[in-house]
Design a protein around this ligand. Structure first.
Ligand code: ADP
Length: 270
């Protein structure tokens, strides 16, 4: 079943047309990666999917229903967003931040905090491995930990769809692998659909079921990693600047090695 059907979506900021007739579908339980050079429209596309920007033309249909027919609250129960994290809200602890994810589930004028809310927050914090830092102020965490806090907030929403803007930002390669392994597990166990922007082609090709590549707002490639990872095809999309990424610097055997030995930091790509 298609969780998302995006048809001929275009978008402009004033005179600047940044998306042109973007069309794709996403199936339930799929990990769907969005790739493309800086400024190609990835974040704009994600903001349209998350209802943060209004649709200007084309259509977005969610489980057979137009996205615009969802109220903000209904949408918050269906989809959780991990935006690009630039700074931390000072004064909040890990737990308080994750609790914000439960607002989507509060009803009425005087929301009540239930055992279910408490449990959802606890589980989400466990899932991202931050139980020991639950009372820590998030401004005292590392970038990678902070990223995990916001991911836990999204999980606490108990969504059917996760929209992630560069979820592995601020993470070293070991942390990236851990997080992505977890995303794969959630997609399988919770039938969670994941749409995520990635900046690393190698990582995305290893973890995504399908990839969409944008260039100057147009879809230049759409398919499984195997279909897309031919160097020639990549070069035509990304040009010489990143062509060496067509030859993965982190191979599958190396991944296995890193997982097994919890290798500290491995710089690659770039
Ligand atoms: P990406 O995520 O691929 O880097 P973005 O969607 O952030 O691309 O941006 C696509 C284009 O839209 C860029 O040229 C960017 O400068 C422009 N843009 C993004 N946000 C805004 C905005 N709020 N107002 C005007 N232009 C914007």
């Amino acid at each position: 079943m298609h969780v998302l059907e995006v048809n001929n979506v275009s978008y402009r900021y004033q005179r600047n047309q940044v998306l042109h007739d973007v069309t794709f579908t996403v199936t339930e339980g799929e990990i769907f990666g969005i790739l493309g050079p800086n400024g190609s429209g990835k974040t704009t596309l994600l903001k349209l999917l998350s209802k943060e920007l209004p649709l200007q033309s084309g259509s977005i249909v969610v489980n057979g229903r137009p996205l615009r027919s969802f109220s903000q609250k209904e949408w918050a129960r269906f989809a959780a967003v991990l935006p690009q994290i630039t700074d931390a809200a000072f004064g909040y602890t890990v737990k308080e931040t994750v609790e914000l994810g439960r607002y989507a589930h509060q009803n009425g004028l005087f929301p009540t905090w239930t055992e279910e809310d408490e449990q959802a927050v606890k589980t989400a914090i466990e899932e991202v491995g931050l139980t020991e830092k639950v009372e820590e102020g998030i401004d005292r965490l590392s970038g990678g930990e902070r990223q995990r806090v916001y991911l836990a907030r999204a999980l606490a929403q108990q969504p059917r769809l996760l929209l992630l803007d560069e979820p592995t930002n601020h993470m070293d390669i070991t942390q990236q692998i851990k997080l992505l392994d977890q995303l794969v597990r959630w997609a399988k166990e919770k039938a969670l659909t994941i749409v995520a922007i990635f900046h690393d082609i190698n990582i995305a090709s290893l973890y995504c079921d399908r990839l969409l590549m944008l260039k100057r707002g147009e879809v230049v490639a759409l398919g499984t990693p195997e279909e897309l990872m031919e160097p020639e095809r990549l070069n035509s999309v990304f040009q010489a600047q990143v062509s060496r990424q067509a030859h993965p610097t982190v191979s599958k055997p190396l991944m296995a090695f890193l997982r097994k030995w919890e290798f500290p930091i491995l710089q690659h790509g770039g």
